[in-house]
Design a protein around this ligand. Structure first.
Ligand code: CMC
Length: 437
């Protein structure tokens, strides 16, 4: 007999069996898709803490062990041995590229890195200092208008091209908007530079001048992008899949994902970490803020700590900590912020409040410090997250596309509002247009 879980309704002693499904790794799941039909009840799971919303073969996280695999490859191994574009290829093409494939992929990304010049006019419509995440969300939604007519989204070749275009154009859009805000001349992609170096070049360069980009800076940003490339069914990926389930344009799904990522509980945390470290200001103030973070009546939270899935050190944070220390040695990072960050980490890793709740530093704790060292403006930190996460979102969207029997995402609710209190209740059979007296 197949493995099942039996649910007994104690009100009437009726029992219902639900099949248990086993994945390749991770906890088994109870298939409750017939629950409502069988029992007339829904499940209640705030924030989907116990819900698997899809089948996926892209990324696996073991939150207890602090392990992260992309298509079976451990993130620490990838960070040590591969570059961001290898991981982009891995996510999109389901295998690591050989040298020839990586070279062709690189060329393809380069030729697609330009944007239609009409899109530059979009920037003029935003107020001064509009947040880059809002702008990026609008830009990607706008990009869908350039790639909508005559496209067949059911053709894998066409949607792979859309994925590659997105990854290629994001750095250009991000750098162009930064230059627009600063009033600097736009710098076009340099096809002789690698993907990550080219982004730093577009951010920093001025016509007819030499631009200084150190190899350690390229390595740091490249690793940071790689560490953000995918992360299973987090809030923004779930948003991409949810919008994808309605058969919307893929870029509209990505634009929605950017909106979800912007929040400071998700990708906006890297910006909040730096703002918080600056607000704390000095090592002497750390205790006061730790106390605030532990106070149940105070909404203050330590940014860059805690994770829904990791109940151990986030493996991405471990890699970034090593990189952060390397950057301190080679180019220097604001040492006061580092001192404050180190003190917070030291306390949090030994304090019972944080230990008992498994609150370890997450990826955002160190990414902000690294981006600051690279002179990326704080408001653009989450944009860096988008540049890293875009291939993951597209891989998830493509997986959704390739799966059979995809259902529109449409959860139910536990209604707690008023019962029907309409005066002169009109039943559905009696509906007729009445003129107002
Ligand atoms: N500082 C202080 N207390 C915290 C924190 C924190 N950063 N995070 C969680 N807690 C406490 C929380 O108050 C609760 O305590 P209690 O059990 O006494 O009520 C307990 O820990 C569990 O918290 P939760 O909010 O139920 O946990 P969650 O899984 O719903 O939230 C989280 C996860 C990441 C939203 C949350 O830890 C948080 O807000 N962290 C700060 C923001 C942050 O760094 N976000 C980046 C996440 S990693 C990047 C990404 O994937 O987006």
């Amino acid at each position: 007999m197949a493995n099942t879980v039996t649910l007994t309704d104690n009100r009437n002693a009726k029992s219902y069996d639900f099949p248990i499904l086993d994945g390749a790794l991770g906890p088994s799941v109870i298939d409750i898709s017939s629950l409502y039909k069988d029992t007339g009840m829904f499940t209640f799971d705030r924030g989907y803490t116990s819900t698997a919303m899809c089948r996926s073969s892209i990324t696996f996280i073991d939150g207890e062990k602090g392990e992260l695999l992309h298509r079976g490859y451990d993130i620490a191994w990838l960070a040590e041995n591969k570059i961001f574009l290898d991981v982009v290829y891995l996510l999109l093409h389901k295998k690591l590229p050989d040298d020839l494939e990586l070279n062709d992929f690189r060329k393809e990304l380069k030729i697609r890195s330009f944007i239609n010049e009409k899109m530059l006019k979009l920037f003029d419509a935003f107020p001064d200092r509009a947040h880059p995440m809002a702008v990026l969300q609008a830009c990607i939604a706008t990009l869908s208008t350039y790639y909508s007519r005559d496209m067949n989204y059911d053709d894998p070749k066409e949607y792979m091209e859309l994925a590659i275009r997105l990854v290629a154009k994001l750095p250009t859009l991000a750098a162009f908007y930064y230059r627009h805000v600063m009033g600097y001349p736009i710098v076009y992609p340099d096809l002789d530079r690698g993907f990550t170096e080219n982004f730093l070049y577009m951010m920093r360069s001025f016509p007819h001048s030499h631009v200084n980009i150190k190899p350690i800076e390229v390595k740091a940003l490249d690793t940071l992008l790689m560490l953000h490339a995918d992360h299973e069914q987090n809030a923004s990926t779930t948003t991409v899949r949810t919008v994808g389930s309605t058969h919307s344009h893929p870029y509209s799904c990505i634009s929605a994902g950017i909106g979800a990522l912007w929040g400071h509980a998700h990708g906006g945390a890297n910006e909040s970490v730096i703002k918080q470290l600056e607000m704390i200001g000095s090592v002497e103030n750390v205790d006061k803020y730790i106390k605030k973070a532990k106070d149940k009546d105070d909404p203050f939270r330590l940014m860059g700590f805690g994770h829904r899935v990791y109940k151990n050190y986030d493996p991405r944070a471990k890699v970034l900590k090593g990189l952060r220390n390397q950057l301190i040695d080679e180019i220097g990072i604001d040492s006061n912020l580092i001192k404050v960050a180190n003190r917070i980490e030291e306390i949090a890793l030994t304090d019972d409040y944080f230990i008992s709740r498994n609150l370890y530093p997450n990826v955002d704790f160190n990414s902000g410090l690294i981006l600051k060292a690279l002179n990326i403006p704080t408001e653009m930190f989450a944009v860096m997250f988008v540049m890293g996460r875009a291939p993951g979102w597209m891989a998830q969207w493509m997986e959704l596309k390739e799966q059979a029997n995809v259902k529109i995402v449409r959860p139910r609710q536990l209604y707690i509002g008023p019962k029907d209190i309409t005066p002169e209740h009109v039943g559905p059979k009696d509906v007729e247009l009445k003129s107002r007296k």
